[in-house]
Design a protein. Sequence first.
Length: 155
Amino acid sequence: MKIKSEESAIAEVDMTPMIDIVFQLIAFFMVITNFEQTQADERVKLPKDQLARPAEVVNPNDMVLNIGYIRDEEGTNISGPHLFYAGTRYNMDEVPRILKREAKLLRDIDKDPLLITVILRADKETPTGDIQEIIKHAQAAGFEKFSLSATQIRE
């Protein structure tokens, strides 16, 4: 009896499950990554505090106002303070107009400015009087809830 010898076949690995796992990992990391970074502005150097914690969830009822300075490469103030809001730099004398405009826009879309929290992210060198003026203008525009931000001290 003659035995046929067959050539040994090379086993091929099915890559479909591996590709599925890679796409699931990509989707997972996209979901857990916070892309917004709580509307931070690199021109604002926040004061440090033991109790400060970054926001874990971005609230749609938050309006973040960044108050900071234009600085050179060494970090020296060139001009300011300025209001940085929605990607635009404004002089401090424009704050009342900006806040009134935002309150009007909120009312136009049937949102009450009383429900909006104004988060002030002020540079640590910003005079306290400027922050108080912004709060006063925000109250005149119809906002009532405020929050101040600081960076957490790392140990």
